[in-house]
Design a protein around this ligand. Sequence first.
Ligand SMILES: Nc1ncnc2c1ncn2[C@@H]1O[C@H](COP(=O)(O)OP(=O)(O)OP(=O)(O)O)[C@@H](O)[C@H]1O
Ligand SMILES: [Mg+2]
Length: 262
Amino acid sequence: MNIRVEQPAVEVHDLTVSYQNRPILWGVDLTLPQGALVGIMGPNGAGKSTLLKSMMGLLPLSSGYIHLFGQPLAQVRARVSYVPQRESVDWDFPASVLDVVLMGRYGKLGLFSRPRQSDRDIAHDCIRKVGLENLAHRQIAQLSGGQQQRVFLARALAQKADLYLMDEPFAGVDATTEAAIVDLVRELKQQGKTVVMVHHDLQSASRYFDWLLLLNQRLVASGPTHQVFVPEHLQEAYGGKLTLLAQMGELMKQGNYPAREK
Ligand SMILES: Nc1ncnc2c1ncn2[C@@H]1O[C@H](COP(=O)(O)OP(=O)(O)OP(=O)(O)O)[C@@H](O)[C@H]1O
Ligand SMILES: [Mg+2]
C-alpha cells in the first residue's frame, strides 16, 4: 500500500549561520507544517531575518540543511516566494508598480520570453487585490511606505507560490493596510498555502498565527501557538525586557492572556 505522509513545508536541521565567523543562529532544528500561518518572533538581532534569508538560499550555512517540501531549495524555488524587509530594498530603482509585480511572473517564464497577456492579467489582478489599481503605472519611488509594502505583497501573490516567506510585512503600515494583508494571508491559507512571517507585535500574535516560532539566536520554541505563547517561553526569548513585560501586563488586564496548557 502506498501511504503518503504529508511533507512538512519547511524542515530545518542543525542549522548554524554565521557572519564573519560569528554564529548568529545556533543549532536550530524545526519543522513547519503545510497550510499553517507561522509567526517568527524574537527580539531585535535574534536572527529572524537571517533565518528567512537562509531558507531562501541567500546566505551560506555553517552547518545543517534546510528542506522545503522535502527537497533542497533548488528543486522547489518556483514554489517559494520571499518578501524582504522593506528597508533592505532600493526604492529609487526606476520601475512602475506594474513592472515590479510582473517580476513575480518571471520565475514562471523562460529566460528571454516576454510576459504574456495572461501574466499581465494575473499582475493586474494581484494589484487590485492589494488595493493599488489606481497606482499601477506610478513609479515605486513615488509611493508611501505602506503602498510600497503592498507592491511587494502583490508581487509575491503574482508568483502563485506554495510557501510565502515575509519579513515584517506590517512594519510601517497603517491599521487598514494591516487588516487587508491579514485577510489576504488568510485567503492564501484557505488555498492550502503556507505563510511564514516575521512579526513584532505580541498583542496580535495569538490571533494571527496558528504556529509560532520563538527565536533568540537559538530556537526557544516552535509549535502550535497555544503551546508556545506562554510566559515561560516568552521570558526565555525576550529575557524579561521591559517593553515585553509591559505588554504581558496589558494582555493579562484584557483577560486574553492564553492559559497554560494542562
Ligand atoms: N550582513 C551582516 N553582517 C554582519 N552581521 C550581520 C549581518 N546581517 C545581520 N547581522 C547581525 O546578525 C544578527 C541577527 O540579524 P537579523 O537581521 O537576522 O536579526 P532580526 O532578528 O531580523 O532583527 P530585527 O528584529 O532588528 O529585524 C544581528 O546582530 C545583526 O547585527
Ligand atoms: Mg529582521
